[in-house]
Design a protein around this ligand. Structure first.
Ligand code: SAH
Length: 213
């Protein structure tokens, strides 16, 4: 598992691309610049690792586009020590970004194959989330709540109530909401029953699947 000068060079170009698209948080930019994204993809796709595009991983899922990862992460306003819940571990790339930023990361994945693969892979390359769980993101992780922030990395047809209720006061939920196309939505918890809502334009994700699917 190598990270060569060529990979590093391509990665710096990717960093310039996401900056040009409007990402400004220096810690997000640093994380994207440091993480060897090519190691999160099957070897056949190595050439594509540093293009700003989503790509297929196992179990018909995708590793999100770097710009989208950066955009969602920026909205979380991550501080070192923050307790963060991720829904949709997938390849673990987003998980790694949060780990590098000093967060305590909890993540849920519903595809067993991906859960297994990523649980083994992340520590192997030096990323140590607090907890990876095989389960259903619609119910969140009550046993570890409340969280400073929650990030959903699949398109949600609606906003699952448990995710709102597992936020600290002042906490942030970043979730793409919609069926075919999703609107990036931020909820900030102002009080026990008081949420501020902001919308940030359209994105496309694989669907957040309910258990029956
Ligand atoms: N964060 C990932 C993105 C993966 S795509 C990355 O950086 O690679 C979205 C992921 O959400 C997929 O792995 C998919 O299996 C998972 N997912 C879909 N529905 C889910 C659910 N109900 N609970 C948990 N994970 C789910």
């Amino acid at each position: 598992m190598k990270d060569t000068l060529k990979h590093q060079g391509l990665r710096q170009k990717l960093v310039e691309v996401i900056k040009n698209k409007g990402i400004t948080d220096p810690k997000v930019i640093e994380a994207i610049g440091r993480i060897p994204r090519h190691l999160f993809m099957d070897s056949g796709f190595l050439d594509h690792a540093y293009q700003d595009k989503a790509f297929p991983i196992a179990a018909d899922q995708t590793i999100s586009q770097p710009y989208t990862v950066a955009f969602q992460t920026e909205l979380l306003q991550v501080k070192p020590g923050h307790k963060i819940l991720e829904i949709g571990t997938g390849s673990g790339y987003q998980t790694a970004v949060l780990c590098v930023m000093g967060a305590k990361v909890y993540s849920i994945e519903r595809q067993h194959e991906l859960y297994k693969k990523t649980s083994q892979f992340l520590p192997k390359i030096g990323y140590r989330p607090k907890k990876l769980v095989f389960g259903d993101g619609y119910i969140g992780m009550e046993s570890e709540a409340p969280f400073d922030s929650i990030i959903v990395t699949a398109g949600a047809p609606f906003v699952p109530k448990p995710l709102l209720s597992q936020l600290k006061i002042g906490g942030r939920l970043v979730i793409p909401v919609g069926d075919d196309v999703q609107v990036m939505t931020l909820f900030v918890r102002k009080g026990p029953k008081d949420f501020e809502q902001h919308e940030y334009g359209e994105f496309r994700f694989v669907p957040l699947l309910e258990d029956k699917n």
